[in-house]
Design a protein around this ligand. Structure first.
Ligand SMILES: [Zn+2]
Length: 313
């Protein structure tokens, strides 16, 4: 058997090396979070045609879904509660504990000062200790124990295994639906969820696509895009972002920006998701100008993000 390259190293050196390596690992983790925040800020993943930072992390950086999710959550909670980032930088808070803090803050209404105090209380603790501290604070505040977050893992190429906690009332509704569809084939739970998703999607997509009355070339001047033109743009794009393929938060974008003289003709319009629209705006106008005109609300200042209005450049 080939001997370890460390076989000849002294005990003292071995123990001191591992400390250095672990410190370096912590330092890298903190720097990775900084980089993710900046990439998110610039919506750079849209440039590479990814629908989200998560998709970018998994497909471009080859992180596992779990690694990507935990790092992104840690990054987002650090932006909302900067003291978390300070603690991560100093190696006093792990990514796991930052994730625990994130779900704790999502559950309970706490002021910035209270958040700071909680972070100080859990700094330097293990995951188990952190969980215990947060549970005892919940108890003090009379907060219920949160249901476990859904657990999703890939099973086969076409299926995922999903386990989640739902309340009994929801289960009763699902059972009722199962009864209604009982005369159809294959009405197992998975099929019911599929039917519910189809029904919701149909409803939401119908809201996004305005009813098409007549297709005319737009005559009105200004930013207003007639419903008939919007409908054509949605139809041509098959209800997907024309850049990354996302189906979320779709908006109509001017290929040549309206502010630079672009018109409302169908050839100058395209359907894009909010992220891709923001990225296009950043590329043309620059981040600073976007922020000045209230077109971009950076995540790093969101305690309560105000609505950012239209992103129709
Ligand atoms: Zn997109």
């Amino acid at each position: 058997m080939k001997s370890s390259p460390l076989a000849t190293i002294s005990d003292t050196k071995l123990l001191s090396n591992i400390k250095t390596l672990v410190n370096k690992e912590r330092e890298f983790t903190a720097r990775i979070i900084d980089h993710l925040a900046e990439i998110e800020h610039r919506k750079l993943y849209s440039e590479l045609k990814y629908r989200s930072l998560f998709e970018y992390c998994v497909k471009e950086l080859s992180l596992s879904e779990d690694q990507a999710g935990r790092r992104i959550t840690a990054m987002r909670v650090s932006l909302r509660v900067p003291v978390i980032k300070n603690k991560i930088d100093k190696g006093e808070l792990s990514i796991s504990n930052a994730n625990l803090l994130s779900s704790f803050f999502n559950q309970s209404k706490t002021s910035q000062q209270e958040k700071k105090d909680v972070v100080h209380r859990v700094a330097g603790t293990s995951k188990r200790e952190c969980e215990n501290i947060l549970n005892s604070i919940k108890k003090e505040k009379g907060l219920p124990n949160s249901p476990k977050a859904p657990h999703i893992r890939n099973e086969t190429q076409d299926t995922v295994r999903l386990s989640l906690s739902i309340n009994k009332k929801t289960m009763a509704k699902i059972k009722k639906l199962k009864g209604i569809y009982a005369h159809k084939q294959d009405t197992d739970l998975a099929k019911i969820i599929d039917l519910m998703a189809d029904s919701l999607l149909e409803k939401e997509e119908a809201k996004q696509i305005p009813k098409q009355k007549s297709i005319k070339t737009p005559k009105k001047k200004g930013r207003y895009i007639p419903k008939s033109v919007r409908a054509q743009v949605f139809k041509r794009a098959k209800n997907k972002c024309e850049i990354c393929g996302s189906i979320h938060a779709l908006q109509i974008d001017h290929r040549k920006p309206f502010a630079l003289g672009g018109d409302n003709s169908i050839s100058n319009l395209r359907l894009v998701c909010r992220n891709c629209n923001l990225r296009s705006g950043i590329k043309v106008f620059g981040l600073e100008k976007m922020k000045r005109h209230g077109l971009y609300a950076p995540e790093r200042v969101i305690e309560k993000t105000s609505g950012t209005g239209r992103f129709n450049f």
